[in-house]
Design a protein around this ligand. Structure first.
Ligand SMILES: *Cc1c(COP(=O)(O)O)cnc(C)c1O
Length: 427
């Protein structure tokens, strides 16, 4: 069975129509699957950890909407929470009890968060966190890491991961020179580069994914997050952790809880909305009370704290107890080990942490964006196509993580490893 055996007539028809009315046929670039050399598959349904496409192909889904669906598709508790909320009204432009409950729950989990402000997307949350960091420090410059992705904020697209890395774009046209000039980009896991940048620039913030997953998963080297904490403090900059992926995934309270390194501000998204559009940024009371109407840093949103999205977030977090993280860690490890076994003698690196896995087509461990870019991307693409033909849906880019979930069963794991083993024969 080769890649060509994937039935995709209906998806191809929908894609042809989509190309007429949506740029590139999609509403977010990585969905186009160009990096693995095929056209997108249109989805009709998700059930737990499985996905059904327009041609009735069924897959084990390792993408799960790129992170939000830690309980898989259409978990009954989350559907019930969302349905109940929608029946009471989908938006009021006035506060509701659910927003308070969700903020209290996040503050209980995340040691660095006393207060938070909700937004509708992670992009908005990181944009707003930066505004706050600039207001609080009276400085403009930001330090970010090559291969990190913080949403499509003008000043943060330089050497960004995710879709930009997938398309090999160093930045985007349309970003004002001034926005780009206020961002300093250094390699991840490179203390000397951070030290030099801190010595040269007055920084408002050091912005990091504490568990970077947008160049594939590239964990921090031992002590690197502590080093960032110290550099920020010594230089009068705020440390901002973008936990849009790692929050509520690598541990109940995100990477900050798992590592004990506390940032000044935290950006959240994905799981906090349980598959609906919700995100947030938070930190200490002193910092967050700069935000209007408590303070003078302006930020607002028609659908911020939307009651349906909040209900999805609350139902999602309610299911994430200690036992859930123990189970998620075990599922992740089984997947990582299985992929290693499937690869046999093929030169790959399987890097993982609770809830995240990347298989890099590389003979050496991947510690930064340059190493991720040096992977055999063509081989990864062929392997992904062979997986799809065998009913396994992987991230269609080497620069994204696999998202193990609590809906993945032993049977899903076995099917994946069998398909992965066979797929390596087509690489
Ligand atoms: C997905 C992501 C974002 C952007 O969130 P959107 O909701 O897509 O705007 C920001 N930061 C990280 C680390 C992400 O993975």
């Amino acid at each position: 069975m080769g890649p060509s055996s994937l039935r995709d007539t209906r998806s191809a028809e929908l894609y042809a129509r989509a190309l007429n009315v949506l740029p590139g046929g999609v509403n977010s670039p990585v969905r186009a699957m160009r990096a693995i050399g095929r056209d997108p598959l249109f989805v009709v349904r998700g059930e737990g950890a499985e996905l059904v496409d327009a041609d009735s192909n069924r897959y084990v889904d390792w993408v799960l909407s790129w992170g939000p669906l830690i309980h898989g598709h259409a978990h009954p508790d989350i559907v019930a929470g969302v349905t109940d909320a929608a029946q009471r009204g989908t938006s009021f432009g006035a506060p509701t009890a659910g927003e308070v409950e969700l903020a209290e729950e996040v503050a209980r989990r995340m040691p660095a968060v006393e207060m938070l402000r909700m937004t509708s997307s992670g992009t908005e949350a990181s944009m707003s966190a930066i505004r706050l960091a600039r207001a609080a420090t009276g400085r403009e410059k930001l330090l970010k890491f090559a291969g990190a992705y913080h949403g499509h904020v003008d000043g943060l697209l330089a050497e960004a991961g995710s879709g930009l890395a997938t398309q090999g774009l160093p930045a985007s046209p349309g970003v004002p020179a001034a926005a780009a000039a206020s961002t300093i980009v250094v390699p991840w896991n490179d203390p000397d580069a951070v030290r030099a940048a801190c010595a040269e620039h007055e920084l408002a913030a050091i912005l990091a994914e504490p568990m970077p997953a947008n160049m594939g998963l590239v964990p921090p080297a031992e002590g690197f997050l502590d080093f960032l904490r110290n550099q920020a403090t010594e230089n009068g900059a705020l440390l901002v952790f973008d936990e849009v992926i790692s929050g509520f995934r690598v541990a109940a309270g995100g990477a900050q809880e798992a590592t004990g390194v506390l940032p000044d501000l935290v950006v959240m998204g994905k799981i906090i909305g349980g598959g609906l559009p919700a995100a947030a940024y938070g930190g200490s009371r002193a910092l967050m009370e700069h935000i209007a109407p408590a303070g003078d840093v302006y930020q607002a949103g028609t659908l911020s704290g939307n009651p349906v999205a909040v209900a999805a977030g609350l139902s999602t977090l309610a299911l994430l107890d200690d036992a859930a993280y123990t189970r998620l860690a075990a599922i992740t490890e089984t997947l990582a080990d299985g992929l290693r076994q499937a690869a046999g003698d093929h030169p790959v690196q399987v890097q993982s942490t609770c809830g995240l896995v990347t298989i890099f087509f590389s003979a050496h461990p991947v510690r930064d964006l340059a190493a991720a870019q040096a992977c055999d991307l063509a081989a990864y693409g062929r392997w992904c196509q062979a997986l799809l033909a065998r009913g396994v849906y992987p991230p269609a880019s080497q620069f994204e993580a696999w998202f193990p979930s609590l809906a993945h069963t032993d049977e899903h794991l076995e099917r994946t490893v069998i398909a992965a083993t066979a797929a390596f024969e087509e690489v």
